[in-house]
Design a binder for this molecule. Structure first.
Ligand code: G3H
Ligand code: 13P
Ligand code: ZN
Length: 288
C-alpha cells in the first residue's frame, strides 16, 4: 500500500530504526526492492531521480511502481519519493504524476536562498498533502572531491541553522551532512557523531542520510542511535546489478542461452540480496 514518507519515517524515529530509501530505475530493480521488503517484512521507500524519470518516462515508471506495490505487495508500506528535485518544475511534475513525497534540493545555494525557496515549495507540497524533504549542508559526490585535501567541515550541517531552517520551512524530513558523500565505495573517516546528536536533540523532524551506501556495521548502528531514520541507497544497488550482469555476460552467457530474462533475473536477485542486507542492517525488518 502507498504511504507518504513522513508517516513511514515518523514511525521509524519513534521506534529507533531506519528505513531504506532505495533508488530504482526499471521493473527489475523495483521488483527486487519490493520482494526483499516482503521477505523481510519491512516498510520501504522507493525513489526516482529526474534522470530516471527522463530515462523511463514519468507516467510509465510511476505507474509501474504503484501497480507492483498495490497488486503484488499490498501488505507492504511503500512510499514513492522524488529524490533530489532541483527546481520547482520537477517538483510540480512529480506531484502531478501522483508522488506522495518529494525532495527539494537547494543545498548548493546560500542558506537564505535555500530557506526561502524551500519554504515556498513546502507550502505548495503541503497544500497537496505531499511530504517534503530538503537538505542543509551539502552531500557532495566523491567524484568531485579531492580526497587528499577535502575539508569535510565545508559540507556539514550546522545545528543552529538546522533549527531555524526546519522551523521556518516546515519540511517533513531533513537530509544532513555529517561526513557523508554520494557514490562512495571506499573507506573514509568516521562521521561527526557529536554534530548528528546535537542536530537530533534540537530538531524533531526525522533525519535522512544520503551517500552512505558503503557504510556498514557499527557506524550504521551508531548513527541510527544518534538520530538517523532513513538511508538513501543508490550506489550499492548499481554495483550489485552491474556486477551480476558482468559476471553473467562474461562467465555464463552460453549456459543461459542469451535469454535476457535469465540475465536480468540474476541481476534482480543480486539487488534483492543487497536490499535484504540493508534492511537487516537498518533494523526495519519485522516491522509490519
Ligand atoms: O543522489 C542520487 C543519485 O545517486 C544520483 O542518481 O544519476 O539518477 O541522478 P542519478
Ligand atoms: P549513495 O551514492 O551512497 O548510494 O547515495 C544515494 C543517495 O543519496 C541518493 O539520494
Ligand atoms: Zn542523495
Amino acid at each position: 500500500m502507498i504511504y507518504n514518507t513522513k508517516e513511514i519515517l515518523q514511525e521509524a524515529k519513534k521506534n529507533k530504526y531506519a528505513v531504506g530509501a532505495f533508488n530504482v530505475i526499471n521493473m527489475e530493480t523495483t521488483q527486487a526492492v519490493l520482494e526483499a521488503a516482503k521477505e523481510m517484512r519491512s516498510p520501504v521507500i522507493i525513489q526516482l531521480t529526474e534522470k530516471t524519470i527522463d530515462y523511463a518516462g514519468g507516467k510509465n515508471i510511476f505507474s509501474l511502481i504503484k501497480n507492483l506495490a498495490n497488486f503484488y505487495y499490498p501488505e507492504i508500506p511503500v512510499a514513492i519519493h522524488l529524490d533530489h528535485g532541483k527546481n520547482f518544475e520537477i517538483i510540480k511534475k512529480a506531484i502531478a504524476l501522483g508522488f506522495p513525497s518529494v525532495m527539494y534540493d537547494a543545498s548548493r545555494k546560500s542558506f537564505q536562498d535555500n530557506l526561502q525557496e524551500t519554504k515556498e515549495i513546502a507550502q505548495y507540497c503541503h497544500k497537496k498533502n505531499v511530504s517534503i524533504q530538503a537538505e542543509l549542508g551539502n552531500v557532495p559526490n566523491y567524484r568531485e572531491l579531492d580526497m587528499q585535501n577535502i575539508n569535510w567541515d565545508d559540507y556539514m550541517t550546522k545545528p543552529e541553522e538546522a533549527v531555524q531552517f526546519v522551523q521556518e520551512t516546515k519540511i517533513d524530513t531533513l537530509a544532513v551532512g555529517i561526513g557523508n558523500a554520494h557514490s562512495f565505495t571506499q573507506e573514509r573517516p568516521e562521521p561527526d557523531y557529536n554534530r548528528l546528536e546535537k542536530i537530533s536533540q534540537l530538531v524533531e523532524t526525522p533525519l535522512v542520510l544520503h551517500g552512505a551506501s558503503d557504510w556498514e556495521g557499527e557506524r550504521v548502528k551508531k548513527v541510527i542511535d544518534k538520530g538517523i531514520s532513513c538511508f538513501n541507497i543508490d550506489t550499492a544497488l548499481r554495483v550489485a546489478f552491474t556486477d551480476s550482469l558482468v559476471s553473467t555476460l562474461t562467465k555464463n552467457l552460453e549456459k543461459i542461452s542469451y535469454d535476457l530474462r535469465r540475465t536480468l533475473g540474476e541481476a534482480r536477485k543480486a539487488v534483492k540480496e543487497e536490499v535484504k542486507h540493508k534492511i537487516k542492517l537498518f533494523g526495519s525488518d519485522n516491522k509490519i
